[in-house]
Design a binder for this molecule. Structure first.
Ligand SMILES: [Zn+2]
Length: 483
């Protein structure tokens, strides 16, 4: 059974979805104003692993991830401008053009890193009317007040404000008052208050609202886009640890104030990625994108595996030495798989059952590790145990074909969650077949649809006799493998 560390309760909890096998899963997406760096991408790889673990555990996951193209201010202070607007002015483009450009880069990085695309990726700017109606609800309930710069949420009115940080409203405000660098908006009632609507003039990403022209706040967009797709109360919300204190605390405050319901059951937060022990920053010049890493000759799968080498709740330190090690390890795995395919021995081993049992026990260990708060380093160790075990048996000349297949099945099942593209590295010898097999499969599908089962069976037999290909009817369609 899956257990997740819940930031809200500060402990690992059994994962029990609200509605049986269906999971509502929301991730804070990118603000599309800059090239996503490998720290951003680590977060999405780790989200992908959480999701793939749930899928492996037979949950149906609806995954929503927003794209911020308006409203995300520079820094957490309320006095600054929109990141997107600043970038658009710098690039002499519209905000939408900037957003589409960087979203394209992000989409490509997701593809490279084999991240399953979320079910929905709504752009914030396309749902401003829904945001206005949530703000209206808050206004009607008296949670908001007006200043010259915008409409603000009065955090003192939400009794659990800051619960996600493990602190409370008074402590948080006292702490922030002590902080030297807090810029205050003129007239703000509490330091933790935030804008749900900012007044602004112009035409680019500016809307009319009952309060005046302007644009929505960043926090309101995540409340609206998540609830719009997943309902007012849903299962999982993820983000970076940097979102806990402000962005997610504010999302909870406004969502729960508007609906009167608990917003999210499980809050999952990913730690940072550092480079050579330092936080990535423009001033240090150590910001790496996926492209930067690929340009150095590493494969995207090596980068993905590097990201899996650390637990999501621990800081992961990126170095090129670590990447070298991972790239070697991954190549070793790929050649292991290729060798496994070549095993032809049919000798009957007296201890075959013991061997299989040992492999199965590591396989269970692998999935148990993932179910225990997504422990990817431990899961990888279990996979390496399988590889070492099989390698030792092969070196001793004992590994037979049936055992090799058992190992291969385990490896391919691991990869359903790891997403390291093992299948792409299987024997190329079977590849030229693909087109012919596919043509026959298409023909068989047509025959089945027109209820010509005789022809369908003939094709099944032909594939078996001529190509040694076996078919398997699954819920996702027909699969084939070479026997
Ligand atoms: Zn968000």
């Amino acid at each position: 059974m899956l257990r997740l560390y819940n930031t809200l309760t500060r402990k690992k909890e059994k994962f029990i979805p609200i509605s049986d096998r269906k999971v509502g899963f929301y991730s804070c997406g990118i603000t599309a104003y800059f090239y996503p760096h490998i720290g951003n991408m680590r977060r999405y790889v780790m989200d992908d692993i959480v999701k793939r673990t749930m899928l492996h555990d037979k949950y149906y996951v609806t995954h929503v991830e927003n794209i911020t193209d308006v409203g995300h201010l520079v820094g957490d202070a309320n006095t600054t401008d929109d990141k997107m607007r600043v970038e658009a002015e710098k690039e002499h483009k519209t905000m939408k053009a900037v957003a589409m450009f960087y979203f394209g880069i992000f989409e490509n990085d997701m593809k490279l890193l084999n991240i399953i695309k979320p079910s929905k990726m709504p752009f914030a700017s396309e749902h401003v009317p829904e945001m206005i109606s949530l703000i209206k609800k808050l206004d009607d309930k008296g949670f908001l007040y007006r200043l010259d710069s915008g409409i603000y949420f009065d955090t003192s009115r939400f009794k659990d404000y800051g619960r996600l940080t493990g602190s409370d409203f008074d402590t948080l405000n006292a702490q922030l008052k002590g902080g030297a660098r807090v810029e205050r908006v003129a007239g703000i009632r509490n330091i933790t208050d935030f804008a749900v609507w900012r007044f602004a003039e112009g035409t680019d990403m500016i809307w009319d609202s009952p309060w005046g022209r302007g644009f929505p706040g960043w926090h309101i967009e995540c409340s609206v886009l998540s609830m719009m797709e997943l309902g007012e109360h849903f299962d999982v919300h993820t983000g970076g640890v940097d979102h806990i204190a402000v962005h997610h605390s504010n999302e909870i405050a406004q969502s729960e104030s508007a609906t009167g319901k608990k917003f999210v059951n499980y809050w999952v937060h990913h730690e940072f990625l550092t480079v050579n022990g330092q936080k990535m920053s423009k001033s240090l010049g150590n910001i790496y994108t996926v492209q930067h890493v690929l340009e150095r000759g590493y494969s995207p799968m090596a980068l993905r595996m590097f990201m899996l080498s650390g637990h999501y709740r621990q800081i992961l330190n990126f170095t090129f030495e670590a990447m070298d090690n991972i790239a070697n390890t991954l190549n070793g795995i790929y050649s292991f798989l290729e060798r496994l395919e070549e095993i032809k021995g049919t000798a009957k081993n007296a201890d075959s059952a013991d061997f299989r049992r040992a492999i199965s026990s590591h396989k269970r260990g692998f999935f148990k590790a993932l179910d225990d708060d997504i422990n990817t380093p431990l899961a990888l160790a279990e996979m390496h145990a399988v590889i070492n075990y099989a390698n030792a048996r092969r070196a001793a000349g004992k590994l037979n074909k049936a055992e090799a297949r058992h190992v291969m099945r385990a490896m391919l099942e691991f990869d359903k969650v790891l997403g390291l593209n093992f299948e792409a590295h299987l024997k190329p010898a079977s590849k030229p077949l693909e087109k012919e097999v596919q043509d026959l499969l298409d023909e068989r599908e047509k025959a089945r649809k027109s209820r010509d089962f005789k022809r369908a069976d003939e094709i099944r037999k032909l594939l078996k006799d001529k190509y040694n290909v076996a078919l398997e009817d699954t819920s996702e369609g027909v699969r084939w493998h070479k026997d």
